[in-house]
Design a protein around this ligand. Sequence first.
Ligand code: AMP
Length: 439
Amino acid sequence: MSFESLGLRAELLRAVTEKGYTTPTPIQTQAIPPVLEGRDLMGGAQTGTGKTAGFTLPLLQRLMESTKTEQGRRPIRALVLTPTRELAAQVEESVVTYGKYLPLRSTVIFGGVKINPQIARLRSGIDILVATPGRLLDHVGQRTVDLSKVEILVLDEADRMLDMGFIRDIRKVLALLPKQKQTLFFSATFSDEIKRLANELLNAPALIEVARHNTAAESVRQVVHPVDNKRKRELLSFLIGSNNWKQVLVFNRTKHGSNRLAEQLNTDGITAAAIHGNKSQGARTKALADFKSGKVRVLVATDIAARGLDIDQLPHVVNFELPNVAEDYVHRIGRTGRAGNAGEAMSLVCVDELKLLKDIERLLKREIPKVVFDDFKPDPSIKAEPINMGRGGKNQGGGRNQGSGRNAGGNRAANDNNRGYTAANKRPGGHGHSRRSAG
Ligand code: AMP
């Protein structure tokens, strides 16, 4: 199968060739023809599958086919909604890359940066708008964006948008779009709520799916290293140092924990940066750029911040802490082994997290191999302590209830915003477990 045989026009083929792609990925092979035909699409796919090109290439071609020659203001004809700023930026980058030989204009809008330059860009006439829902609604409120001429709507990572509590914002945006349009809907997972939303939005969609739902990419080698909580940082430094890893993405549950860990790694002589929602957009962009360029070896991220990060051929992902929600594990390890490259995902698991590990293995329908390092054998006398999921005691039950997508998602967002909860349990430095040593 080649890009030519998918029916893409010469300008797109040229851009794809320049990007170095020779063969379409499975999702591209499946998605491009129906989208070119104008059909709605329901895509089950995670990042790393090539889904961005899967929708961007045919979207660009559709817009070229419907280009109107009439004079006057160019209306926004394609809208792509994404959950995070990083994903929005990356999608727009893809639009620019693949559309470089086409006379179409795009821009990206998200929060955390000044609104005025965005307004100026929007005024200059934009064909393709990539946006996060919140900032898009700010523009709607200020009447600096007109969505009444949208022909194609893409909801990227719809599950994550709902997890992050964007459903109301999404509905508000949907109400502003023309009824008659082509909708492309992507989600890695399919909760009842996602199915409901898809049913409302899609009209006889082409259904495509790559990699079974909730199944970790086959190309990722997974391993669990059991270790005491207070020795995790030491083990991480050991793994990075002894293997001489150059580029490692490390997941932490909280912003505070991410900052601390990055600081400690720097103290250990391992260059590290943290990326999370409390950082300014500039700081996040810089951390990601430094990581991509190899200036920092370790990027420590929370789940929400890491969502959608596109880092080519990321070889190592480490779960410094397991996620509260099993499905996040699948998203996390989806950062490695991208587009067919083999990757490695390691999880440092302490006794507190064995229940989370069980939930993950249940979701994966298999056990993850365990490897204990002699120097880091867990102390069997340490008893599991509950993982504090947030401030409210009520949340705790919800967060552990892996079956409930909505509750779990609510908690996840809460955790990412909750600086406080880290201190008690999650400090790798050991303060959090002083009670243990005593007992
Ligand atoms: P995505 O799932 O869209 O985030 O894409 C994952 C990664 O695969 C990105 O780094 C893309 O640049 C890359 N990619 C997308 N399509 C192809 C292709 N046909 N061949 C090789 N790499 C690709």
